[in-house]
Design a protein around this ligand. Sequence first.
Ligand code: AR6
Length: 234
Amino acid sequence: CKGTTKDSLLLGVASKEVKERENLAKGSVDADVSVDEITTLAFPSVSTADFQFNNETASDIIVEKVEEFVNKLENARLVLVDLSHGSKILSLVRTKAEKRNIDSKKFFTFVGNITQLYSQGGLRCNVIANAANWRLKPGGGGVNAAIFTAAGLALETATKERANSLLPGHAVVVPLPSDSPLYTREGVSHVIHVLGPNMNPQRPNSLNNDYNKGCSILREAYTSLFTGFLSILR
Ligand code: AR6
């Protein structure tokens, strides 16, 4: 898997680990679990693009929350995804996760479109997170537009069955119907919508630079997201 290799090189991990991680992505790992049994959550950096949350602060919160949940995962793993190799948030998180010695088999970063991780990047992620809007509606841009477009009507219908709106800091787990193209092409069985804090004054309900509230909402958002993921595992 190209994306994983490049990312791993950036991380500067030992070549044995790089091989292991490539094998994980390809499904030929030597360990006693096959890759199809490794449940993986791919998630974007919530609130740091359209919602304009500060990258440095968001990266601290991501690493803090990953560290809190990573040992509860058993065989599962978490992957932070962004679109480009120049992603500031990926590089901040990589550096901080390395400093905290977070197990790089259980948590790593990956460059790719969250709706094409398997078909384009060879990385199987059966659960993906969406940085949603409060109405849980398609469109708007960013990850939300990409996921709703790729998943088709099936996701809209399944989402409505679970919730009509979301409060900041909350998440909702939506099982994806097996006729959704995201399910058939990418192997995604669940989408978890999560709503982060909005720091963008051009969007409704902006926190107007109140980072006290913003940080506590972003922490709650990752707690809800990872708790939702754990609920799928059990
Ligand atoms: N694949 C992977 N990562 C992506 C993709 C993609 N297809 N698209 C964007 N990112 P954002 P927010 C990264 O703006 O800040 C929407 O309009 C992006 O580079 O999607 O929480 C909703 O409707 C960034 O790192 O989410 C909401 O109203 C991260 O995903 C609002 O935006 C989050 O960027 C939510 O804004």
